[in-house]
Design a protein around this ligand. Structure first.
Ligand code: CTP
Ligand code: MG
Length: 222
């Protein structure tokens, strides 16, 4: 089933501490963002890509798309201050009605089988996310003291891609903006408007490259 994907690359990568956008750091033969883009370039179900970037890095990204022969990016959009602003700006630029995926440029290891599953679930329900059961014991800690231990059996770590009907996710973002909701993923906005979000079990390898250790793991995976 066909889908369009919005890929986010407009962050600053502060936790990576590399002094530049982590999307542009090389892992083996190519920058992180290129590894992510390749997956969608090669997935025949992907009809097009909206790439969200920092305005100041536009030339760098354009040169990379050329150098690595990425052809499915139909548009490059300037991102915003927070991730959710970048998503909203990206979504507004998408013209094809249907299923849209929102994906972190920092997750280069998603597989096309998982993409297909989350797209199918969103086609049925309107909204679906990839997630994996949490393996660690999670405690709530305040001032270096344990406040409580949260029952792990119902905890899942949510990933991207997250898949939605375009009209539904746009409506959810517009509502979130109207009440100044601050969220860390897009499914949260669907929850805010009282709609269900389907969960599709993903893969533990679909990590988000966030801190320097993640780059070592990424090299191993590639
Ligand atoms: N992102 C974005 N626009 C923002 C913030 C983040 O497009 N204003 C993107 C990042 O480029 C990344 C994804 O959203 O691909 C997930 O965000 P995160 O892992 O937090 O990346 P950064 O915000 O770049 O990193 P940090 O939070 O450590 O600064
Ligand atoms: Mg961030």
């Amino acid at each position: 089933m066909e889908y369009h994907v919005v890929i986010l690359a407009a962050g600053q990568g502060k936790r990576m501490g590399a002094g530049k956008n982590k999307m542009l750091l090389n892992v083996l033969d190519a920058p992180v963002v290129i590894h992510t883009l390749r997956t969608f370039e090669q997935d025949t179900a992907c009809s097009g890509i909206t790439l969200v970037i920092n305005q100041a890095e536009k030339d760098v990204f354009q040169d990379l798309l050329k150098k690595f022969h990425i052809k499915k990016v139909n548009q490059i959009v300037n991102g915003g201050k927070e991730r959710q602003d970048s998503v909203f700006l990206g979504l507004k630029a998408v013209s094809e009605e249907g299923i849209v995926l929102i994906h972190d440029g920092a997750r280069p290891f998603v597989k096309k089988e998982q993409i297909a599953k989350v797209v199918q679930a969103a086609d049925l329900t309107g909204a679906a996310v990839l997630a994996v059961p949490v393996k660690d014991t999670i405690k709530k800690v305040i001032n270096n003291k344990v406040k409580e231990t949260i029952d792990r059996s119902s905890l899942w770590a949510v990933q991207t891609p997250q898949a939605f009907r375009l009209s539904l996710i746009l409506k959810a973002h517009e509502y979130g903006r109207s009440i100044n909701a601050e969220v860390t993923d897009d499914a949260s906005l669907i929850e805010l408007i009282g709609r269900d979000v389907a969960v599709v079990q993903g893969d533990y390898r679909n990590i988000k490259i966030t801190t320097p250790e993640d780059l070592l793991v990424a090299e191993q995976y590639l």
